[in-house]
Write a protein that binds this ligand. Structure first.
Ligand code: DQA
Length: 146
């Protein structure tokens, strides 16, 4: 069975109440429930991790290597400047799919740069909570074709 880890970075624990005009009203718990249902339909196994701390996210990525077939990762604001997270993604062999609720290319100019994207398998951005589900589907496809 394909094993997927879904990771969320800083402030994503506040989804549902955080800037709802940008990120919608769906909570992270609701997103995780939708991912669990979709994973069951796909006959895949999904686990979740969220942290507001860069080092904790790096530790989780390193620990995921060899334990999961793919990682779906919303690094939050770290997307735009964390070379440490970029290096962690580049250092592990598990493929990482970057996801964003908002379309990061259509917002402030600092958000249009992802320092993580060049070392990811791909990026999904702009579909709200569905970005995570699309990321899971891509992760399962990747895992099956590996
Ligand atoms: C985000 C986009 C980032 O720019 C922002 O800092 C976030 C959320 C998204 O999912 O759209 O925290 O990653």
């Amino acid at each position: 069975m394909i094993r997927v880890l879904v990771m969320s970075g800083p402030n994503l624990n506040l989804l549902g109440g955080r800037e709802p005009d940008v990120y919608g009203t769906t909570s992270l718990g609701d997103i995780e429930a939708a991912l669990s249902s979709r994973a069951a339909e796909l006959d895949a196994q999904v686990s979740f991790a969220q942290s507001n701390h860069e080092g904790v996210l790096i530790d989780a990525l390193q620990a995921a290597d060899g334990q999961y077939d793919a990682v779906v990762f919303n690094p939050g604001a770290f997307t735009h400047y964390s070379y440490a997270i970029r290096d962690a993604v580049a250092s592990v062999s598990v493929p990482v799919i970057e996801v964003h609720l908002s379309n990061i290319s259509a917002r402030e100019s600092f958000r249009s740069v992802s320092v993580i994207a060049p070392v990811c398998a791909g990026q999904i951005s702009g579909f709200g909570a569905a970005s995570y589900v699309l990321g899971l589907e891509a992760a399962v496809d990747l895992g099956r074709s590996a």
